[in-house]
Ligand binder design. Structure first.
Ligand code: NAP
Length: 474
């Protein structure tokens, strides 16, 4: 039996395995007025991300506002809520309960804490004699040597865990119902994927080009690295932009035969797994259910934020729509196809303005959203979205950088509330911070600027032509 130390997995807290590395890059993941240190790598090990949070907290002297080791037991409306909008918050710390009244509450408790363990979908699991557990309990690959392991699901947890275990185990199988697109962290010219994928220009292309063209281009791009059909990974609904897997190693581990991709599990026996396609894998020692998470708000009065089938009904993914006063908001209850940190930061900037009475009120959405469109919408409403057209006249170099360059959050500090004088410089120096950690061997630099610039101009022309064609169709 593999020893999983329960003390490392605390109830009610998020839990990660030791090797987790961010899947969004440092320039696209930092807070908008605080770039990550130059010598930090492009993608951060979780300990490095913690270091960034620590220096952030120190720089803005935030520690004094944080009460550690404190559990929120309840958040209830004050008796005079309809006039004051205030909340009574009861907390517990070291066995002692305390109550305090607050003018407004932001719920930032996340949605990756409660494991989703759908054992009812796995007939025969009660007979299975090996070990099984949810991915939340996985910490490191020690103890899994020479085992035959079945990983259920194909999210980022399943992929990371299967890859790591496949270096020690006798054999790893991944069972997937619907498949998934897999992308590498490294994209064109060795730049991080999100700095290439998330640009204003490419977002505009996705919005203006006919949907059929966008779908076709996306499929070609996703299959450029390796053909997903040949690797058994082709998503069932290939045009649904479900969160892709970010893994540099999964295709190679499949290529080496260390990981075998299987279809949905139909039944389990004492030692084996029968799959939907009729194949059977014998002598399974361990099953890892990397089947994702669910979420709830036990401390909130029912039915303040109702969670049904992992969906919530919140205005702009933040406000419960039926409150008399908009003084409570959920932050981070969203699955952007980009970094969560700039997203929650803009949510917080938007929400604080609502709390201060500078905005109007409060629809139903699932958590996944269009990254750039959502950020732009929030920034526009609080006056933090730079106007590209006037910028083009005043400072064309900056406007071109914002339009064709990586869509990072510094731009939301150029104008409006919370304007930061360092934003312009942060935008122009991001390449330097991305390349710095790689400069461990001095080389003479060469420039390939002209070709990429020319391609962008040609791309822009193509879009203008496509746009006018599209107008003619309507
Ligand atoms: P997830 O993305 O929700 O994936 C869950 C997987 O379980 C899906 O493939 C789903 O399949 C499958 N599943 C759910 N119920 C099932 C059932 N009854 N039978 C069979 N399969 C079932 O969960 P996750 O991988 O734990 O990731 C959670 C979040 O953490 C994601 O946002 C992820 O990106 C993030 N994460 C990040 C990193 C990193 O930064 N390196 C690492 C790990 C996780 P279907 O798609 O078919 O429903």
């Amino acid at each position: 039996m593999i020893d999983i130390k329960q003390e490392d997995i605390e109830d009610g807290l998020a839990s990660i395995y030791q090797s987790v590395i961010t899947n969004t890059s440092k320039e696209m993941s930092c807070f908008s007025d605080f770039p990550m240190p130059e010598d930090f790598p492009k993608f951060l090990h979780n300990s490095k991300l913690l270091e960034y949070f620590r220096i952030f907290v120190k720089k803005f002297d935030l520690l004094k506002y944080i009460q550690f080791q404190t559990t929120v037991l309840s958040v209830k409306k004050c008796p005079d809520f309809s006039s004051t909008g205030q909340w009574v918050v009861v907390t517990e710390s070291n066995g002692k309960e305390q109550s305090a009244v607050f003018d407004a509450v932001m719920v930032c408790s996340g949605h990756h804490i409660l494991p989703h363990l759908p054992l009812e979908s796995f007939p025969g699991i009660q007979k299975f004699k090996g070990q099984y557990f949810h991915s939340r309990q996985y910490k490191h690959p020690e103890g899994f040597e020479r085992k035959r392991i079945l990983v259920i699901g194909i999210g980022n947890s399943a992929s990371d865990i299967a890859v790591e275990l496949s270096k020690k185990a006798a054999q790893v199988f991944i069972s997937t119902r619907h498949g998934s697109w897999v992308m590498g962290r490294i994209s064109e010219d060795g730049y991080p994927w999100d700095m290439v994928f998330h640009t204003c220009f490419s977002s505009m292309l996705r919005n203006v080009l006919p949907r059929r063209v966008v779908k076709w281009v996306m499929e070609q791009q996703m299959n450029r690295w390796f053909n997903h059909e040949n690797y058994g990974l082709m998503p069932q609904n290939k045009y649904l932009m479900k969160e892709p897997i970010l893994s540099d190693d999964l295709p190679s581990r499949i290529l080496y035969g260390a990981i075998k991709v299987k279809s949905r599990v139909k039944e389990l026996t004492e030692t084996s797994a029968l799959f939907e396609d009729g194949t059977v894998e014998e002598d399974i020692d361990v099953i890892v259910f990397a089947t994702g998470y669910t979420f709830s708000f036990p401390f909130l009065e029912d039915p303040l934020v109702k969670v049904e089938n992992n969906m919530v009904s919140l205005y702009k993914y933040m406000f419960p729509p039926h409150l008399e006063k908009s003084t409570l908001a959920c932050i981070g209850l969203i699955q952007p196809l980009g970094s969560i940190f700039p997203t929650v930061e803009l949510q917080a900037r938007w929400v604080t303005r609502v709390f201060k009475g500078k905005f109007g009120e409060s629809n139903s959405q699932i958590l996944q959203t269009s990254y750039i469109d959502y950020l732009d919408e929030l920034a526009l409403e609080i006056g933090a979205k730079p106007d590209l057209l006037s910028l083009l006249l005043k400072e064309p170099k900056l406007a071109v950088k914002l339009y064709f360059g990586p869509y990072n959050s510094y731009q939301y500090r150029l104008v409006g509330p919370g304007q930061w004088n360092g934003a312009r410089s942060a935008i122009f120096t991001q390449k330097q911070r991305i390349l710095k950690p790689l400069k461990t061997r001095a080389l003479k630099t060469s420039s390939n600027f002209q070709v990429s610039f020319l391609l962008k101009i040609l791309g822009l022309l193509a879009v203008v032509v496509a746009f006018f064609f599209q107008l003619q169709w309507f």
